[in-house]
Design a binder for this molecule. Structure first.
Ligand SMILES: CC(C)(COP(=O)(O)OP(=O)(O)OC[C@H]1O[C@@H](n2cnc3c(N)ncnc32)[C@H](O)[C@@H]1OP(=O)(O)O)[C@@H](O)C(=O)NCCC(=O)NCCS
Length: 170
């Protein structure tokens, strides 16, 4: 894939690597378990395809060859947007989300991004804390953006500047 170092980033038995289209079913299976509105396998396959003209790319984290999580980013010139990040429920709260986020920001920066944007459900305490701890700041709120049980909830808009060296953002 474009721009990502070939060597995996490893922590203990975990490996972060670029996703490929064959990972799409595994990513969809994880997403179905954790998201109210999961992506389809076709959507993941497109995000994992890479290549010229495809703005999206994805990284996966594995433990002993098992897919445990993913992050999907869309990148246009100097702006990256974090589209999705998820860790399989039994593996949550073990540092894998932080690991994937750092790897994604490092790759985005290496590929020329100066800013990373995202939006997150207001009630998603885990994700909001992950982003805040990793330097994302509040940009605003989109009222009643997401459907949720019993109505709608706000989207919280956040961003992080990615200036400086790759090491600073990883
Ligand atoms: C959000 C998510 C990716 C975090 O991944 P994770 O591997 O569980 O997170 P980590 O173990 O790396 O935790 C990093 C930090 O995030 C925060 N965090 C993670 N889970 C949390 C929880 N359940 N409650 C509160 N804070 C939490 C903490 O600050 C944590 O640091 P700490 O463990 O030192 O306190 C994971 O909870 C997930 O897959 N959620 C469902 C999908 C989702 O909501 N994606 C985000 C869409 S915007």
């Amino acid at each position: 894939m474009r721009g990502l170092a070939a060597q995996p980033v490893g922590i203990v038995a975990h490996t972060v690597r670029p996703a490929s289209p064959v990972d799409a079913s595994g990513l969809a299976a994880i997403d179905t378990r954790v998201n109210i509105s999961p992506w389809t396998e076709t959507q993941f396959a497109a995000a994992c395809a890479g290549g010229e003209g495809n703005h999206a790319w994805a990284l996966v984290v594995e433990e002993d060859g098992r897919l445990e999580g993913f992050v999907v980013v869309s990148q246009v010139l100097d702006e990256a947007t974090l589209l999705s990040i998820a860790i399989a429920p039994p593996q949550q709260r073990r540092g894998l989300g932080r690991l994937l986020l750092s790897a994604a920001l490092a790759r985005a920066q290496r590929d020329g991004a100066q800013r990373c944007l995202l939006e997150v459900r207001e009630t998603n305490v885990a994700a909001r804390r992950l982003y805040t701890e990793n330097g994302f700041a509040l940009d605003g709120v989109r009222k009643n953006y997401y459907p949720c049980e019993g109505g709608r909830e706000d989207a919280v808009l956040m961003s992080k500047e990615l200036k400086g060296t790759a090491n600073e953002c990883a």
